[in-house]
Design a protein. Structure first.
Length: 438
């Protein structure tokens, strides 16, 4: 029969007293307290965020985002939910397992009353070991709840997450909704929840492209999808899932997605490892017009699966390094070097023209004089002068855009900052039919 530690300590105490007498009590106390009783470890505490956002470098604006350089900075984004952030270093978040009495990291933007409506650029850094165990809470993930006001979330890796939440739980977010596409994001590890669970997000209402999830996903009750739990009419493309999808006692599981709310068929050109999600449908319900294709583990490791248009389920080639097969992309998002495809920007690729920008971040990695994307302005009238009504970033001037933003009238190609009209009668007024540019 096993004896309790308190019984064992009592026996030691009695035995020593019997042999040494009552005068030796202080020695026994010293022996028991400092020798027998095991050391109690002190658990790490969640950071004190009272000094944020003032503690960040940067101004929290689109042009000068707050710089998140450590785990405290990541957690304390909750202090300013409408600001712009950029991750400036890889972060080891494993100590979050000891935070908040075992509840771990607190999702940024916890609910619809306090959503995250800012912007987050991971800048191709990873957060590893993120721990969140909040099974009685809704909207669980690195981010909890987003709205249409959220600007963007991109370029982030979440490695070896251990996330366990309640209603609407995901690795990246419980509810995912942004103005711009969620892109260049991946999640690995384990994601669990009560109901409506997905490896990337529990519920999704935004465009998702060039992302992957390699994690095990589980719903204690029901409604789980490997990549997304429920999708509400949003486009999902050029992404994959590799992992298991299970439930404790419920049902309603999908290998890639559990439920699609819209009948418009906006999910396509996506894949999942059917060898791991054996027996599960690609989608449990609502995906009749979507294209979600299962492949074997071996096929998931072949470049041709994602770039050769003869591949079943592939409607357009993914953008891979080296432009293999039918790939004609310019950003080299993906690469394969044994195993599943990975997002190339996280691998520290070569800088072929030695200009300080690797092949992912360089617009032209064969020309050392060309490297950064520029900001260009919409030019509706085609006069090579744009306005700030709409902007885009590109390597070179894209069609319909200009390098300048000072057009006087972007609906009339004859009117712009350097246009003049001939005044043939010297009355101080020109003729709009006779314009010249200088």
């Amino acid at each position: 029969m096993k004896r309790r530690s308190s019984d064992i300590l009592g026996s030691i105490f009695d035995a020593v007293l019997f042999r040494m007498g009552s005068k030796a009590i202080w020695q026994v106390v010293f022996f028991v307290v400092f020798t027998v009783v095991p050391t109690v470890s002190v658990r790490a505490a969640a950071p004190d965020c009272s000094g944020y956002p003032a503690a960040y470098a940067g101004a929290g604006t689109s042009g000068d985002p707050y710089q998140v350089s450590d785990l405290a900075g990541l957690q304390c984004m909750s202090r300013s939910l409408s600001s712009y952030y950029v991750l400036t270093a890889d972060i080891d978040a494993s100590e979050t397992a000891a935070w908040n009495s075992g509840a771990g990291f607190a999702p940024v933007g916890p609910d619809s009353g306090s959503p995250f409506i800012g912007a987050f650029d991971g800048d191709n850094h990873v957060v590893s070991g993120l721990f969140i165990h909040r099974t009685s809470e809704s909207y669980v993930g690195l981010f909890g709840f987003m709205t249409w006001q959220t600007k963007y979330v991109r370029n982030l890796g979440l490695v070896d997450v251990d996330i366990d939440g309640g209603y609407k739980t995901g690795g990246l977010a419980g509810v995912l909704l942004t103005q711009n596409p969620v892109s260049n994001v991946f999640v690995t590890g384990s994601v669990k929840g009560n109901t409506i669970v997905g490896g990337l997000s529990g519920a999704n209402m935004t465009t998702v492209q060039d992302c992957y999830v390699a994690a095990d996903v589980m719903a204690r009750n029901y409604r789980a999808g490997g990549f997304i739990g429920e999708n509400y009419g949003a486009t999902v493309t050029d992404s994959y899932f590799a992992g298991t999808v299970t439930t404790v006692g419920g049902a309603n599981l999908g290998a890639f997605i559990m439920y699609e709310e819209s009948a418009e068929g906006k999910i396509g050109n996506v894949f999942y490892d059917a060898s791991l999600a054996s027996g599960l449908p690609a989608c449990h319900s609502g995906c009749d017009d979507d294209t979600i294709t299962g492949k074997t583990t071996a096929e998931m490791g072949e470049v041709a699966t994602f770039t050769d248009l003869s591949t079943a389920g592939l409607s357009s080639a993914w953008d891979f390094v080296g432009d293999p097969n039918d790939d004609s992309g310019t950003y080299d998002r993906w690469t394969v070097s044994g195993g599943y495809p990975t997002l190339a920007s996280f691998l520290g690729l070569a800088d072929q023209d030695a200009d300080g920008y690797d092949m992912i971040h360089d617009c032209d990695d064969e020309n050392p004089d060309v490297f950064e994307e520029g900001t260009y302005y919409v030019d509706q009238d085609g006069d090579e002068y744009g306005t700030s009504a709409s902007t885009t970033r590109s390597c070179g001037v894209p069609t319909g855009y200009s390098e300048t933003s000072d057009d006087c009238d972007d609906t009339d190609e004859t009117i712009h900052p350097h246009s003049f009209f001939l005044d043939t009668d010297d009355d101080g007024y020109g003729d709009v039919s006779e314009s010249v540019s200088v």
